[in-house]
Design a protein around this ligand. Sequence first.
Ligand code: FES
Length: 121
Amino acid sequence: MPADKHEVSFHPGGKTVSVRTGTTLLAAARAAGVSIPVRCEGKMGCLMCKVSLDGEAAGVLPAREEERRKLGSSVEEGIRLACQAKVCGDAVVTVPEDRLKRAIRLQLERQKQEEDDFWLR
Ligand code: FES
């Protein structure tokens, strides 16, 4: 792989894309077909594009001052704004589950558990 290209993997799902140095995680996600909800399109206004970096934030340039101000101490825990974080190496990114999807998944899991319990009686 050329030195200015890097592999970025998105979880859950494990979709991976190869992008150039300086590509934002949001652009990389879109290139990989991974949906990250946004409203402000990268103006640091909505804070909806938060993602979590695995490892010690390897593969992504350090947060600049404005992003640090927006995220506070969560930057130290690997949380970044996908619209601001720029790729500089291979990276593994976790995209938080959408609230609606999470609610539906939990409901389906509960229903399945109730059905399983019913048939085991
Ligand atoms: S897209 Fe709105 S803060 Fe990143």
